[in-house]
Design a protein around this ligand. Structure first.
Ligand code: MN
Length: 229
């Protein structure tokens, strides 16, 4: 078989303690998964089921990257999130089996054009322009479950230029990792290489050119990047 044009490269993210790379198939994201963030966005945490949206696989960026301030926004926001890396696929996965599908975990930032998201919400329009842009998914090195287990408690935090902006605990998640995998796999057959961003706690805010972002989740390798000047 030959290709009519050069086939695109497979997007990848780093793996903690390994030179190998984790190939990214798709990126799923959960909206509204920490009650304090749901409240800061003006909604009721208990009233809604999980909201899923996606980013293209090639939206990933490595820790250490210099990321251009996104076009078409004057309000580029950070959202630190625990990221699940799926190693075994499946549809209709039961909560009790869900963790068997996880290969590892990383720290990610769901970069968001908040102004475009507000317009989309108001218009009842899709979120793609707000969420699914180039370099909108920086992800730190993935820690393998076989070495690090499944984090379900511990600090999740983000700092801009050394100033802490988000500081919460994984146990504050409204939907747990098994619940997210079970719910997502009712609508999509999950495949190896899928990443799932699991939602952000309160404290989201804007980034400016030249800002340095550092973030982490207890027990996982951290993520840092800068917004280019
Ligand atoms: Mn998010």
């Amino acid at each position: 078989m030959s290709y009519a044009i050069e086939p695109p490269p497979i997007p990848t993210v780093a793996i903690a303690g390994s030179a190998a790379r984790f190939p990214v198939r798709r990126i799923f994201c959960v909206g509204r998964n920490y009650a304090d963030h749901v409240r800061e966005m003006g909604a009721d945490p208990k009233s809604e089921p999980p909201v899923f949206f996606t980013k293209p696989a090639d939206a990933v960026a490595d820790s250490g990257a210099s990321i251009a301030y996104a076009a078409n926004t004057a309000n580029l926001h950070f959202e630190v999130e625990l990221v699940i890396a799926i190693g075994k696929g499946g549809a209709g996965i039961a909560e009790a089996q869900a963790l068997q599908h996880v290969w590892g975990y990383g720290v990610g930032v769901d970069l968001t054009r908040r102004d475009r998201q507000a317009e989309a919400k108001k218009a009842g329009a899709p979120w793609d322009v707000a969420k699914a842009f180039d370099n909108s998914a920086p992800v730190g090195p993935i820690s393998q479950v076989r070495n690090h287990g499944h984090p379900n408690t511990g600090r999740i935090w983000l700092a801009v230029n050394g100033q802490t902006k988000q500081d919460a605990d994984l146990s504050d998640m409204i939907w747990s990792v098994p619940e997210i995998i079970a719910a997502l796999s009712r609508s999509w057959a999950l495949k190896p290489g899928d990443l799932i961003f699991t939602g952000t706690p309160a404290g989201v805010g804007p980034l400016q050119p030249g800002d340095r972002v550092e973030c982490g989740v207890d027990g996982l390798e951290g993520l840092s990047f800068e917004i280019a000047r």
